[in-house]
Write a protein that binds this ligand. Structure first.
Ligand code: SF4
Ligand code: SF4
Length: 299
């Protein structure tokens, strides 16, 4: 089984459209949407959710109002200024304290030192992980709650579940729609993968972001290929990207032209390779064949 992760230096490069096409071409894959901060693979693959699992990325403190004596100790100790006093009113005999769930970093200091054991410190539910069926095979995806963090942990959970399903069902591939950028979620998306495809576009920012993410992939010693989407929008930068990638030792998986067929495919909730007669579909298929060749040669 081979795990192929598709990433990009920044969002909006067409990465997810390519993953959806690879899902259609692979036929024997488990799909994993690890772009948990902006998941949108489900918009094309329309998964039917079979199981939902809560995700906890850490702890959350909550004051139990009936037990709180209003001593203020927790507010003094909280380094994140997450605990504030609500002044006494006509109906409350004393000031009470409140924890802002967004500001709370889950360190646990307040719960530890509260003299009246008036702070509940339990697992926070930060999001959900979904196990679904699609017309191209099983898919694992996730959703983070509003203003929730720890997406790196959630990415790790999505990949773990995808691997379990792939091993159980004897799948040949795990196709991962990775997080963009170079932060914790993308590191969690690529570590231990067999192959990474970096999708970029021929703009100055695309070129800059590609260099950063390529350095990251090199650091983790993962074989990487580069794909240029909309290459014909700026052939000069496209040529430079190819030259730089070759100097770094990254192979070019292929180039995809600018084509409104991507928008058409999205509005039809279909992968581009399922739109008949498109030259772009051929280019995307060629890239998939290149990935297959590399995987086979490394088997
Ligand atoms: S330390 Fe405990 S009792 Fe004192 S204000 Fe905080 S929650 Fe209330
Ligand atoms: S758990 Fe830590 S961050 Fe959260 S309210 Fe308590 S002291 Fe502040």
């Amino acid at each position: 089984m081979k795990e192929i992760v598709i990433i990009s230096g920044k969002g909006g490069t067409g990465k997810t459209s390519l993953v959806a096409s690879f899902a259609a071409l692979a036929q024997n894959a488990v799909l994993a949407d690890c772009d948990v901060d902006a998941a949108d693979l489900h918009l094309i693959l329309t998964p039917r959710v079979q199981q939902t699992h809560p995700f906890s990325g850490g702890k959350q403190a909550t004051i139990i109002a009936e037990k709180c004596t209003g001593c203020g100790k927790c507010s003094e100790l909280c380094r994140f200024e997450a605990i504030s006093q609500i002044p006494a009113t006509g109906t409350t005999r004393q000031a009470v304290y409140h924890i802002d769930p967004v500001a709370c970093e889950g360190c646990g200091v307040c719960a530890w030192f509260c003299p009246d054991k008036a702070i509940d410190f339990s697992d926070a539910i930060n999001g959900h992980c979904y196990l679904s069926d699609t017309r191209y095979g099983p898919m694992v995806h996730a959703g983070l709650g509003i203003a929730q963090e720890n997406s790196g942990k959630l990415v790790t959970l999505v990949r773990k579940k995808a691997r379990e399903i792939a091993e159980r069902d004897g799948k040949e591939f795990i196709l991962v729609d990775g997080s963009p950028g170079i932060g914790c979620p993308v590191i969690a998306s690529i570590t231990g993968a067999d192959l990474v495809l970096i999708v970029t576009e021929p703009t100055l920012s695309g070129e800059h972001d590609l260099k950063r993410v390529a350095q990251l992939v090199t650091y983790f010693k993962i074989p990487a290929l580069v794909c240029i989407n909309k290459y014909d929008l700026n052939p000069v930068i496209s040529d430079r990207i190819i030259r730089d990638a070759q100097q770094r030792g990254s192979a070019i998986a292929g180039k995809v032209r600018y084509d409104t067929v991507f928008s058409t495919a999205q509005s039809l909730m279909q992968p581009v390779v399922e739109i008949d007669g498109s030259k772009t579909a051929e280019e995307v298929t060629d890239i998939w064949c290149t990935l297959l060749d590399i995987c086979t040669s490394r088997a």
